[in-house]
Every structure is written in structure tokens, then in C-alpha cells.
Write a protein that binds this ligand. Sequence first.
Ligand SMILES: *Cc1c(COP(=O)(O)O)cnc(C)c1O
Length: 424
Amino acid sequence: MSHFSYRNGELHAESVSLADIASRFGTPTYVYSQQSLLENFASYADACAGRDALVCYAMKANSNLAILRLLASRGAGFDLVSGGELLRVIAAGGDPRKCLFSGVGKTRDEMRLALSHDILCFNVESIPELRRLNEVAGEAGKRAPVSLRVNPNVDPKTHPYIATGLKANKFGVAFTDALDAYRLATSLPNIEVVGIDCHIGSQLLDDAPLLEALDKLIDLIDTMESEGIPIHHLDLGGGIGITYDDEQPVAVGDYLGRVFARIDAWRQQKHGGRPIKVCFEPGRSIVGNAGVLLTRIEYLKPGEEKNFCIVDAAMNDMMRPAMYEAWMGVQAVTQRSGDEVQYDVVGPVCESGDWLARDRGLVVAEGDLLVINSAGAYGMTMASNYNTRGRAAEVLVDGSRCTLVRQRETPESLFALEQLPAQS
Ligand SMILES: *Cc1c(COP(=O)(O)O)cnc(C)c1O
């Protein structure tokens, strides 16, 4: 159920009018619905109830501290891709011992930081990384818990930039090399093999590729166990998609139900019913449709071929259209009567790639507010300061209460770290 809906012709987030939010906090502003966020998390947590399972929210989708704290309070772990993200989890009161550390380029400093906080597991993506982690753990007098990210070479049937489990991708250890990599891992003194993981891509609508990847991991775990390499957890990554336009993604509960049914049957058949811990790393499906980007129309500019609706949000606030040609829904905050006009919704940035939506029928006037829908994931976290534009404010709505959870950046703050060389 969407928590963004019209009441008397005015779009609301839960019980708060978006027009009120714009007048209080200005635009562009990201607005999140707490209800929506918690319901999305609950669809994972409920399906995992009573099992040895951990939902590690992939925080690169949206790492605002308020969002992290809410999810941590519901028992979430976190999937990190940098040391900075670990510091965010700690600042938000999350538990580092429920954190997985993914990513192909972990630095020594990041490894040291994660070891000092006793994270749950390093999702290691290459042999050089494994050797480096062994060294760093040795220096720290620790054993690093490790899962290898294997690349099951299944096609997730998604946009090439967000497909990550194919042979041609930079991620993970090739499936055919995985066994050797595990043999090496077990021979390293400061590495403790604990798991296996994969993450095949993002915005997947169908769970068939994920179940195919699961079958491959199951086979590999059986081979490893027959060699005396026990695996304590299996991590299927994230990737479940959301509705931007008319996509119909698999329901999270159905997907997890199928995963657990397969795992239970396998454990029953081959492992005397001994359970295995299961982890998930969802990002987009938790936060994507829990947020909108609220923006104001600066100008309506008619053209010979196209009409442009120029708004105060831009590609620096929301990169997805420029980067992936992503389609994002656009709605007027105040419903007007009249004939629709076709517009390209664009920002003020000096790039032709600076568009948010193309060929949309809108009934709008200068000064009206719009929202970009399903903007909660990979929106604010991918924002930049291009064109010396401060990043947007962020507001969290809970019923009739709204809280500014990140201030709008001031221009001065954008050059505060810069220094002029002495004049000669
Ligand atoms: C980005 C990412 C995720 C989350 O993907 P979503 O499509 O947002 O669910 C999970 N795991 C890893 C390793 C990632 O890089």
C-alpha cells in the first residue's frame, strides 16, 4: 500500500501535505514515509520469523541516519560497501556485529576499521583481497570472518549497469574458481571461512534467476563440505525490484518462501535437517518506494519539438535517469483541471543529460510542485554537488509528524574545505 496519496486534490505523505513540507523546508527535498519503510522491512522480517536468518539492509540505497536507526530498531543488520558506511551504522546505533562488508576495493584502513568493530563477515571478492585481509587481520591479532562472493554467471535480465553476476562483471570470484579460492582461504592462518554469498543484480522483477543462483550455491556448499570446508551461512544478496511504472515485481514474501522451501528440502535430504543461517541484502525493495523527491517548477518553456518543464531538482539530486535512462513517475502535488500538455521534466544543470522524465502529460503552472516517485533508493546517496548545488534536504514523515532528518546544504559549506595557495 502506498503512503503517498491525494486528499482533497493535494498529495500527502502519510497525513502531511507535501505543499506544507515545501513551504516549511523548501525544495528540492526528499520526503520519506516511515510507515512505508517499516512495512517494506517487515515483509522480509516476517518471512524470516522463527528462522536463523538475517536481513542486512544494503545501505548504499539510502544511508540517512534516521532510516538506519529505524531499521536497526527492528533488528536489521547492514550490508556495507565502505568504512564510511560502517561509521554511519555506529552513529545510528546499529550493531557492527550484524554487518556484512561487500565491495571489490576494500582498503587496508577499511579492513582495520571493520576488524576493530568485529563485523559479522567480509564478503571477499577476489584472491588478492583475501591475501590482503589475511595480512591485515594478522597485524591486528584477529581472524577475519570471510564469505566469498561467487559469481554464479546467471543473467538477471536487468539493465547492464546493474547486472553484477555475469562473467563479464567486475564483481565476485568466478564460479569455476570458487573451490580453489576456498581451499586457499582455509590455508590462510588469519582467515576464518564462515559463508558464501552472491549478489546477481538489481531491480529484478522475477525471482527465477535468484533461485538459479541459490541452486548453484547449494551445489558448491555440498562440494565444499565433502572436502571438509564447513559453511555456516549462505547469503543471497539483494536485488528484488520495485514498481516505477507498471512493473510487477515478485512479492518479497513469495520469494523468501521459495528460498526457504528449497533450503529446507536440501538440508533435510543431505544434512540430516541441520539448518544453515541465511542472509539477505535488500536495498531498493526496502526504501525505494518509501520516498519521493519534491521539487518546484521554475519555468514552463515551450519549444518547437518539445516543451520543457524546468524544475529546481536536477541530475545532481537524482542521477538515475541520466545514468541508466531510468523511467521515474512524476505527479503534480496539486491536482488541477485542464488539458494535459506533454513536457520533458528537466533540471537547471548545464548538461543535456540533465533530465528527470521525458514526454509526460501534465496539467501544471509555473510555481507548482511536482514529485518524482519511488525516489527513496539510489537518490540522495548518489547526489552530488555538480554546478555548486547544495544537496537537497531530507524529511521523514511519521503519521502527522515530520522531521527534518538532513538539512539542505548551504553553498558556503560546499567550498568550506577549499584553500587558496599563498599569492606570490
Ligand atoms: C547494491 C547491493 C545490494 C542491494 O541491491 P538492491 O538491488 O538495492 O536490493 C546488495 N548487495 C550488494 C553486494 C550490493 O552491491
